[in-house]
Design a protein around this ligand. Structure first.
Ligand code: NAI
Length: 397
């Protein structure tokens, strides 16, 4: 079939398998171009199909020849029905991994459930024995607690007072004022349940109890801080509380891993266009200004550049892992540079519908958004008849 983008709000309802494949190949080529990393050999990535998790899987496999198991929640393809991008990404990744002689298997299901955890543990036991690195990169709006059966929904809201600021609809380019009402206490608790560290700790507890973590095993989860501009709705809002919880959980897990010489880290990553971040009000405007400034400075990075740098310059240097005063790895260092932030803040004041296309990188934002779904990727013939049904070779039944 001929596959075209079909947008609804900040999601795209279609995905292009060949475009997704090309994206994955581009990321693999980037990692290969940077040379080998003396990194982990057996890696579990939870949230492995898009964004930072996919970049972590690619960096593990093609940067340090790791065997990888990927967990994700994606819609498969069937005749006449397109899959979600993460499905096509994973199919492309596994194909490339197999061709390179690398072990790669995947589990598609709810990572929050006991069932998927048990399945993963059994697969590790059977195939890899133990794991050297667990990457926790889930971004989800909902989680059913397997212990209570209660389904929690996260919200993106300020705490205490309404938040008013500019935002942009990146499809139309229209800059408007938005006002978001503050959350309730229940919203905070729910958001912590979904995006905090509880599930990460459950994964690590399960792996450790089954003796599936290798000596000196590491685990890492991803966080975000960002500028003052977005603080009320991000770092000091409901999602920020969940990130505080995630960051605190790293210490709890680190204690639990100390007897095997292991450790747990949170890496604070850069703001990037992913399916998760495009759903957060205000962030798209910030990102389009940030991209403009960082590209002009020659310091712009995507997910793959961020994770390749995280592995090669922070986690696997052979020396100590550098952390900030709160124990976090900072790979958002270029985003948070004072000169970059000062420029973005000044542009923010000026931004209007009329001038955003020139003072911001709205086009870059929009392109990256299309790319997430395999569209507008260089070298892909979008007029060609494309097979929508793509299998993931190492998908576990
Ligand atoms: P994403 O939306 O690209 O990826 C989310 C992944 O989680 C996908 O593989 C998806 O299949 C999987 N997933 C979601 N629900 C699941 C479930 N119930 N069971 C199994 N898999 C599930 O998200 P992104 O942006 O890569 O986010 C990953 C982490 O990075 C999050 O913790 C996010 O807060 C953090 N981060 C994101 C930044 C950004 O600007 N995008 C910046 C800094 C940190």
């Amino acid at each position: 079939m001929i596959i075209e983008p079909r947008m609804r709000g900040f999601i795209c309802l279609t995905a292009h398998p060949v475009g997704c494949e090309q994206n994955v190949i581009n990321q693999i080529n980037y990692v290969k171009s940077k040379g080998k990393i003396d990194g982990p050999k057996r890696v579990l990535v939870i949230g492995a199909s898009t964004g930072f998790g996919l970049a972590s899987r690619i960096t593990s496999a093609f940067g340090s020849d790791a065997s990888t198991i990927g967990i994700f929640f994606e819609k498969p393809s069937s005749p006449g029905k397109l899959a979600t991008p993460g499905w096509y990404n994973t199919a492309a990744f596994e194909k490339q991994a197999q061709e390179a002689g690398l072990y790669a298997k995947s589990i598609n299901g709810d990572a929050f459930s006991n069932e998927v955890k048990e399945k993963t543990l059994a697969l590790i036991k059977e195939d890899l024995g133990q794991i050297d690195l667990v990457v926790y990169s889930l971004a989800s709006p909902v989680r059913t607690d397997p212990t209570t059966g209660i389904t929690h929904r996260s919200v993106l809201k300020p705490i205490g007072a309404p938040f008013k600021n500019k935002t942009v609809d990146f499809h139309s380019g229209k800059v408007t004022e938005i006002s978001i009402d503050p959350c309730t206490e229940e919203d905070i608790q729910n958001t912590i349940k979904v995006m905090g560290g509880e599930d990460w700790e459950m994964w690590i507890d399960g792996l450790k109890a089954a003796n599936l973590l290798a000596p000196n095993a590491l685990t890492i989860a991803y966080s975000y801080i960002g500028p003052e501009l977005t603080e009320p709705v991000y770092r000091k809002g409901t999602i920020g509380r969940a990130k505080d919880h995630l960051e605190a959980t790293a210490f709890t897990i680190a204690d639990k891993l100390s007897d095997i010489g292991g450790n747990a880290y949170v890496s604070v990553n850069k703001a990037l266009v992913t399916q998760a971040s495009s759903a957060i009000p205000v962030i798209p405007l910030y990102i389009s200004l940030l991209y403009k400034v960082m590209k002009a400075e020659g310091i712009h990075e995507g997910c793959i550049e961020q994770i390749q740098r995280l592995y090669s310059e922070r986690l696997y240097t052979g020396g100590n892992v550098p952390v900030d005063e709160k124990g976090r790895i900072r790979i958002d260092d270029w985003e948070m540079r004072a000169d970059v932030q000062a420029k973005v803040a000044a542009l923010w004041e000026e931004a209007t519908t009329e001038n955003l296309p020139s003072i911001g990188d709205l086009e870059g934002y929009s392109n990256d958004f299309y790319n997430l779904f395999g569209f507008k990727v260089g070298g892909v013939d979008y007029t060609a008849d494309t097979n929508e049904v793509v299998e993931i070779p190492g998908l576990q039944a």
